[in-house]
Ligand binder design. Sequence first.
Ligand code: SAM
Length: 218
Amino acid sequence: MRSEDLQAAVTAHWSARAPLFDGVASHVAQRDRWRDVLEAAFQAQAPREVVDLGCGTGACAIIAASLGHHVRAFDASPSMIEAARAAARAPGLNVEFKVALIGDIPAADASADIVTLRNVLWTLEEPMAALRTAHRLLRPGGRVVVSDGLWSVAPHYRATYAPEIAARLPLHDGLTQIRAERMLAEAGFPVAQGWQHLFPASPYPGDVPVFVLSAVKP
Ligand SMILES: C[S@@+](CC[C@H](N)C(=O)[O-])C[C@H]1O[C@@H](n2cnc3c(N)ncnc32)[C@H](O)[C@@H]1O
């Protein structure tokens, strides 16, 4: 399967899930906890330029906007972007949502203070390239915030990708904090700090080990 066809299948998967996504989402069920954890991870004392990559229905984007930041958010799936726009409209938040692949984000280099990637690395064919995109978008001193989990410990909670698609996603089983820290270092973020201890328990059903890391671009 060509990469373009793989991405089309991944995008179609999320477009099909978009209308129901927020009904099962941790960021909706535990909105206040996610807000507290992301606020801590952002380490921002004033409004910042935030870019959310693979924003889905706007989990990080909407929290960042509610904290007073200026937010641009991108996702491959038009249906996800549509759902995100509706979710931001309800509380009257102003977020720039656009359909775009992480490999082709229409934003200038060094134009962001904070870049977020939540639960996106596991569903990419080239997760390292996504971290390099975050590095490109950040100004020196800017901060990437990455959250994901070891989804394989809760099989009922995983995506239902066809086997030939799952086999092409190197992190399909999820990832540990240590692996994410190594990847961040390789992408140019040498020191990462964890924030998941601010959750009283895993915010995902099945007690999935989760991490929320932030790391500064030197
Ligand atoms: C598990 S959802 C996470 C959504 C959101 N970040 C959250 O935390 O709820 C993964 C999202 O990544 C998007 N996605 C997958 N591949 C992408 C790519 N190459 N570029 C941009 N978005 C992508 C999907 O459309 C989907 O909305």
